[in-house]
Design a protein around this ligand. Structure first.
Ligand code: HEC
Ligand code: HEC
Length: 348
């Protein structure tokens, strides 16, 4: 008798198990994103789009999905490569579908949940809306949102995963953008040598060179590259000469305010060791070149940030050879190998 009961139980179990694998259900298992103790408060509104494991997995799949582009080959990850802090390695200006060359250098994807605006000129004010720009740009992914939804709807994987990730289970633009945000919000880089030093973790100490670099940084750079995000999140003109081919007006493009001419978002310097080339147009390949620019290359382009970049009537931040060397040693402590190698963010 006992044997029969076990046998029957076995059948019931098998039937229910196989049913489960066929019919996906909404699985709101939360994924907790803790704000590192040395970070400012999170800006992204998690109440409006709570991160779940299923939503994160879907967002990651979409981030690596070529079908988001017109030729089915250019995924977000094509221009945002993990090993280089999710920048487009080896490209000063990113190129996309049909070899079209864009006009800006790809930004890293890290700590976006703490950012107030996105893109070099702040043209995206909400993370959920940002992906529409590369997707619909002729030079980047060249695709329409409705075509993407059609392509994804045809695939059993996406039918199941949208069901797992969202209460209404629908494959639509809103849910696709929310999933991408869930993935990007989880991409937190906060475990560099600098972070461990600041948080007194793992007995991490700075060499004399690194410590001197930090103090030079604090006096000469942190006016703009401020806080543990290494940006004060404002738009500034740091005196780059105008590139005549691009003549990128920067923040001016957003509100046509002359005061914004050639201003760009102050970039974070986290993982800057690997995110070269540098500046909005990728004009510098090395950190040495960037420092030499601040020391001797600042150009009066008509709207330079004089409060921080003009001293005794001349433009520039004076840096001795030792200061340059120590600044570079310090900047390298911002490399977060855990983030750059984190398998949660890597392609499946
Ligand atoms: C063809 C290359 C390319 C592709 C493909 C691409 N990006 Fe980008 N991404 C860039 C460039 C270049 C910038 C800077 C653009 C600007 O400032 O005008 C950028 C900026 C961003 C930013 C702003 C980061 C910040 O700190 O403000 C986010 C977020 C982003 N991309 C996410 C994505 C997502 C998500 C996708 C896929 C839907 C994607 N990108 C596809 C090149 C690309
Ligand atoms: C007046 C504000 C300001 C000061 C002071 C300043 N920066 Fe910058 N920095 C910027 C802005 C704005 C950009 C982006 C400019 C652009 O691309 O048009 C930038 C870009 C950079 C970049 C390139 C990052 C990237 O991802 O492309 C590095 C590296 C950098 N700064 C390091 C420093 C260092 C080191 C100092 C001190 C010696 C310093 N900055 C001082 C505003 C400033």
């Amino acid at each position: 008798m006992k044997k029969i009961i076990f046998f029957l139980l076995g059948i019931v179990c098998c039937v229910s198990c196989s049913n489960e694998s066929q019919v996906a259900v909404y699985e709101p298992i939360p994924m907790v994103i803790e704000t590192p103790s040395n970070f400012p408060d999170i800006i992204y509104n998690l109440d409006n789009n709570p991160i779940t494991q299923a939503g994160f997995e879907l967002g990651k799949k979409l981030f690596y999905e070529g079908k988001l582009s017109s030729n089915n080959a250019i995924a977000c990850a094509f221009c945002h490569e993990q090993a280089f802090a999710f920048t487009h390695h080896g490209h000063n200006l990113s190129h996309g579908v049909n070899g079209g060359i864009g006009f800006r250098n790809a930004q890293p994807i890290q700590n976006l949940a703490y950012q107030t605006s996105f893109m070099w000129d702040g043209s995206a004010s909400h993370l959920d809306l940002q992906p529409i720009i590369p997707i619909t740009s002729e030079l980047e992914m060249g695709e329409s949102l409705s075509n993407i939804i059609q392509k994804l709807s045809a695939e059993p994987y996406y039918q199941e995963q949208f069901t797992r990730a969202f209460n209404d289970g629908e494959i639509n633009t809103e849910n696709m953008l929310k999933a991408l945000s869930q993935f990007m919000v989880a991409m937190v880089s906060s475990n560099s040598k600098y972070d461990k030093f600041i948080r007194n973790e793992d007995n991490v100490t700075f060499t004399a060179l690194e410590a001197n670099g930090l103090s030079t940084f604090e006096t000469k750079c942190a006016g703009c590259h401020a806080s543990s995000l290494f940006t004060d999140q404002t738009f500034r003109n740091n005196g780059l000469s105008i590139n005549p081919q691009l003549n990128d007006l920067g923040r001016y493009n957003i509100g046509n305010n002359l005061n914004d001419l050639y201003k760009f978002k102050v970039p974070s310097l986290r993982n800057v060791e690997v995110s070269y080339p540098y500046m909005h147009d990728g004009r510098f390949t090395t950190l040495e070149a960037v420092l030499e620019f601040y020391n001797s290359g600042i150009t009066d382009n008509g709207n330079v940030d004089e409060s921080l970049l003009k001293d005794d009537g001349t433009y520039g931040i004076d840096l001795s050879d030792y200061e340059k060397e120590s600044l570079i040693a310090f900047l390298k402590t911002l490399t977060d190998y855990e983030f750059l190698n984190d398998e949660r963010f890597a392609e499946f």
